[in-house]
Design a binder for this molecule. Structure first.
Ligand code: SF4
Length: 585
């Protein structure tokens, strides 16, 4: 394992993955060996293992099953299926069965919201789970059938492309983007990219040409290109489809970037939940090397560049670019202080471009078809198209591509959404809009999204939605800064109190106060947006919150009289004065 990683501490993530594949956890002895061989402190290795939810210090089952706890999985009866799975496998949720054969737990969204309820077995995606499939899985596990022999239908992952537009329909031939860049000159290619108006598709919307130019202008002995394929925002799965069916365009976009900024090495940071894509992507890279589209002297143009795939390990925060870079360097994915920005000090403190999968794909196509081809679609401030992952209450969940500026109402019509109560745009960190706002537009200047688009009909409870998202943030907070670490837990507890019927008007006021505190004092985007599910639903549905409240201005968040019952039993008294009702009178 160490030799495969060239004894490099920056390869710690892949080393740990290999160790865990062998031992089902990271044994203490392995940590000792790694610390000596990699010349890093044991505590640093333990910190990495503890940070990522897919690494374990204690053994997991030989079949380790994780069930996605995304809101869309819950809408598809995930909770009942999990109980059914738990009794079928005779293992409690969060535990390893006594014989060590199987372990079962929840996990955050696995990026299969268009084909849930979903899960993972030893990291491989399971889709469209139902009771017959669970019965089948239970038999396979009890029979100790190797995963390679499980029926393929359990692992079937479909692209579900329902509407292709500018990018998904673009004609593309391997190598043409690189050739175009060299025949037109890299600086005029960068000028075309600038003219196209392309902005980062991960959500933040920074101008791509500007990012590449800043990075190219940095003087350094090495530059790096990083493709962020860690789409962890619940409801987002479009990068999964792009990597499955359009990987060449993504890799070509990365190569184009390398030519412009002067990089020799690139990384695709693939979220751990997409392990099923790993071998296929490696084969695509190998094919590109065979065709001299990667490696040395690419297409005889004097460009040397190659791409390595690094797998994440179940940490949503690694979608944040500086956290992703930390993870690439084999560390816990804790966001860095900025500035300096990655364009001047990124991977190994060298100038680094980090862009989303869709951004690289768009850049490759702009190099081929020109900036005007892209710029004439969309709006003035949001040029081009956006690829959406649509899921939730609609007849045809899947991938849809629209020109920016398209009204939300049209998107809902196309995906077969009826009786719409609201739409979560941009995932939990985005905006919840009500059915009174369906004429708003998909655009950076109105409703921006990295791709997540979740539809809710009137059968859904807006509080349950806000609660699921708030729990998600509390779980995914990296814990580095206090406002987010403590604040997201306070938000979770306070919202639970209201949802469980113990809230008062004072509690809502307190909830809003905590929201503002977390929003304005957190270190990175996770904390700064963690209150959005509460703020955007509270603003639109104050009546739903009010209905949950008791009339008094303060109500304890727990059953005080129920807790006093223990004391009454110990004191052997059950007279009226020992009850809360007596005190209230
Ligand atoms: Fe970590 Fe949250 Fe602070 Fe971001 S805001 S650094 S996720 S604790």
């Amino acid at each position: 394992v160490l030799a495969k990683a060239n004894y490099q501490p920056v390869r710690l993530m892949s080393i740990l993955r290999d160790v865990q594949a062998e031992y089902r956890h990271i044994p203490a002895e392995a940590i000792d060996i790694l610390a000596v061989a990699l010349k890093i402190p044991r505590t640093q290795i333990i910190a990495v293992v503890e940070f990522y939810s897919f690494f374990h210090l204690t053994p997991q089952g030989r079949y380790d099953i994780l069930i996605s706890d995304s809101i869309t999985d819950r809408m598809l009866d995930k909770e009942n299926l999990l109980s059914y799975l738990s009794s079928a496998l005779k293992v409690k949720v969060g535990e390893v069965r006594a014989d060590g054969l199987v372990s079962l737990n929840n996990t955050s969204c696995t990026g299969m919201c268009d084909q849930g309820p979903a899960g993972l077995v030893n990291g491989l995606a399971l889709t469209r789970l139902d009771r017959p499939k669970i019965d089948e899985i239970a038999i396979l596990i009890e029979g100790q059938t190797p995963l390679q022999e499980w029926p393929a239908h359990l692992f079937a992952v479909n692209d579900n492309i329902h509407k292709a537009g500018l990018l998904l329909n673009a004609s593309f031939e391997k190598g043409t983007a690189i050739q175009a860049a060299f025949s037109n000159g890299t600086s005029s290619t960068l000028a075309e990219l600038d003219y196209s108006g392309l902005r980062g598709r991960g959500g933040a919307g920074f101008k791509t040409a500007m990012k590449w130019r800043f990075c190219a202008e940095e003087k350094a002995d090495a530059h790096y290109v990083v493709c962020n394929a860690d789409e962890g925002e619940p409801g987002t799965f479009k990068d999964r489809v792009l990597l499955n069916s359009y990987a060449d365009q993504v890799f070509e976009g990365m190569t184009l970037c390398a030519a412009i900024i002067g990089a020799k090495q690139g990384f695709l940071y693939l979220r751990g939940e997409y392990l099923h894509l790993y071998d296929k992507l490696q084969a695509t890279l190998a094919q590109r090397r065979d065709e001299n589209l990667l490696g040395t002297d690419i297409l005889g143009l004097g460009l040397d560049f190659d791409i390595e795939i690094c797998l994440g390990a179940g940490a949503y925060i690694c979608g944040e670019e500086s956290a992703l870079i930390e993870s690439l360097e084999g560390k816990p994915g804790i966001p860095r202080n900025r500035p300096p920005y990655p364009v001047s000090s990124g991977y190994l403190n060298k100038p680094t471009v980090v862009n989303n999968v869709e951004t690289f794909m768009a850049a490759a196509n702009i190099a081929i078809h020109g900036g005007d081809w892209f710029a004439k679609v969309g709006t003035e401030k949001s040029t081009g198209s956006k690829i959406l992952s649509i899921c939730g209450d609609c007849a045809k969940p899947g991938i849809y591509e629209y020109p920016f500026g398209t009204p939300i109402r049209q998107i809902l019509d196309d995906c077969g959404a009826e009786d719409v109560m609201g739409v979560q745009i941009g995932g939990p960190s985005g905006t919840f809009i009500s059915n009174q706002e369906l004429d708003r537009k998909l655009a950076f200047e109105d409703l921006a999204t990295g791709g997540s688009f979740i539809v809710f009909n009137h059968s859904r409870n807006v509080l349950a939605i806000a609660q699921n998202f708030t729990h998600f943030f509390a779980h995914e907070s990296c814990g580095f800064c206090t406002p987010c670490r403590v604040g997201t837990s306070l938000l979770k507890n306070q919202l639970d109190k209201i949802v469980n019927g113990h809230g008062s008007a004072g509690d809502v006021a307190e909830l809003e106060k905590i929201c503002q505190l977390v929003k304005s004092n957190s270190h990175c985007g996770l904390g700064q947006t963690a209150a959005n599910p509460i703020l955007t639903t509270l603003q639109r549905y104050p009546d739903v919150y009010e209905k949950q409240l008791k009339d008094i201005s303060y109500e304890p968040g727990f059953d005080l009289d129920g807790s006093l019952a223990i004391a009454r039993r110990m004191a052997h008294r059950d007279d009226a004065a020992a009850h809360l009702s007596q005190v209230e009178e």
